[in-house]
Design a protein around this ligand. Structure first.
Ligand code: BES
Ligand code: MN
Ligand code: MN
Length: 451
């Protein structure tokens, strides 16, 4: 039987071809027009896991965005590792900024470009291929259960329902999630915390219908103006979110954790210029950048619509305007509580003449996970072997809604992926470094063997 390293070296062209097949499926879960494609991606993953010797491969809980549940061959007496990932992706737009089409995977300079290349098809596929590498001869060294969903990018509602009905699915020894990046090239990481999310649409109506701005301007309430005034009262120019009660539940990270972050190699100027691409970093500047990214809540406006934005000019007073906004939440905030706080804050600053509604689209609770324990040590060993450096504990500002539920039966959850910080997730020209993908196959393969 070839070693994991030999397998990866000898088979790499085939592994990448297979990944390309998965990347070609435009499984955008946030867009109902792509429901059929999400189904296709789930079937692709299920068929693939069957070919690799998984028994009881099932598509569960939905016709359009099913959860793929698959168990590897049963290995009595061996621990069970749950592998979580998602086959759905974010919308690819703006399309004109892609150098090659988002669903036609293309290699440039050692990187594979496609929507989902790193988030999360490429990363979860590296674990699937690691499972194949250690299953040569039909008998993997551990019990593996795959739980691969198609709704992560839209809140994981279907998987939450499934785990409520079948909690035994997460009755495992350890859960492994490769959906977060390295700290930096050469620096594998384990995430000890993720932020949560509260995503909302705020809609303002001020008139029965649009009006001529010459005939009525000066007396008619303008929906856009009203919306902008409301939004501007939700955050101070210095970055403090002005939603009453919002900061009450926020737990400051321990001195030890803050000290550990302060000792990470980090060049703020570099980060600002090259990763963020701005002339200044904003927010609550008396806290460190890491604390602002990982341990403080945010409020962002994603887009504002309504009124006239077409070619040329149109003199109109808009009757309706709306904004998509979201808050990132940190331990120990709760999505449900923050929904109430946001709604109350918006209503409190809305003028009486306006009808204002706040509708919630999706979200997630924040989570902290313990980054110690025997399985963590094994993964650390595997990274040392292949990367020459062990994992550094960090947090991340992103969200993975299902993570708290993966640990609901007490299994430690390991958040450790192989993407790089500049992979461009959710952005045009998302990529995975081919070298990172192959390292993932080797690291996770060695992890399974060490278990
Ligand atoms: N994989 C990301 C989350 C992530 C990325 C965590 C990088 C840590 C580091 C995930 O696919 C994602 O994008 N989640 C959404 C969740 C939301 C749509 C409910 C997010 O964070 O916006
Ligand atoms: Mn992801
Ligand atoms: Mn994502």
């Amino acid at each position: 039987m070839p070693t994991v390293d030999e397998f990866t070296r000898e088979q790499q062209d085939r592994l990448l071809e297979e990944l390309n097949d998965l990347l070609r499926i435009p499984s955008v879960s946030t867009d109902p027009n792509h429901a059929r494609d999400c189904r296709t991606a789930s079937e692709w993953v299920a068929d693939h896991l069957k070919e690799l010797g998984c028994t009881s491969v099932e598509l569960k809980a939905s016709d359009t965005h099913p959860v793929v549940v698959a168990d590897g061959p049963v290995q009595p007496g061996k621990p069970t590792v749950l592998v979580y990932g998602h086959y759905d992706v974010q919308p690819p737009d703006p399309l004109d900024l892609w150098e090659s089409p988002p669903f036609e995977p293309t290699v440039r300079d050692g990187n594979l470009y496609a929507r989902g290349a790193t988030d999360d098809k490429g990363q979860v596929f590296s674990i699937i291929k690691a499972f194949e590498a250690v299953s040569q001869g039909g008998s993997p060294p551990v019990n593996v259960r795959f739980l691969i969903e198609g709704q992560e990018e839209s809140g994981s509602g279907i998987l939450f329902g499934l785990l409520e009905r079948e909690p035994e699915l997460v009755d495992v020894d350890v859960a492994l999630v490769a959906d977060t990046p390295y700290y930096a090239p050469g620096w594998p990481a384990v995430e000890t915390g993720l932020r949560g999310l509260c995503y909302a649409e705020i809609t303002v109506r001020t008139l029965k219908g649009d009006l001529h701005s010459g005939l009525y301007g000066g007396v008619a309430p303008n929906a856009h103006e009203t919306l902008v005034q409301i939004l501007s009262q939700l955050k101070s120019p210095k970055g403090r979110i002005k939603i009453p009660g919002l900061y009450e539940a926020v737990a400051r990270p321990s001195k030890q954790e803050r000290d550990a972050w302060a000792s990470l190699p980090f060049k703020q100027q570099n980060f600002m210029r090259h990763e963020v691409g701005s002339r200044e970093l904003t927010g609550l500047t008396r806290y460190s950048v890491f604390e602002r990214l990982w341990a403080l809540p945010t409020l962002d406006i994603h887009g504002i619509s309504g009124g006239f934005t077409g070619e040329g000019a149109k003199t109109v007073i808009p009757a309706v305007a709306s904004a998509k906004v979201s808050l990132r939440l940190v331990p120990n905030q709760k999505e449900k509580t923050v929904q109430r706080q946001l709604k109350r804050a918006v209503k409190a600053v809305a003028p009486k003449y306006a009808d204002v509604s706040v509708d919630f689209i999706h979200g997630a609770d924040p989570v902290l996970v313990d980054a110690t324990g025997p399985y963590m040590t094994l993964l650390d060993d595997a990274f040392r072997e292949i990367e020459g450096r062990g994992i550094v504990p960090i947090r991340s500002g992103g969200s993975i809604p299902i993570v708290p539920a993966l640990g609901q039966k007490g299994a430690p959850v390991i958040l450790s992926g192989i993407g790089l910080p500049d992979d461009g997730l959710h952005a045009p020209n998302e990529k995975i470094a081919i070298d990172q993908f192959l390292k993932g196959v080797r690291v996770f393969g060695r992890f399974f063997q060490k278990m």
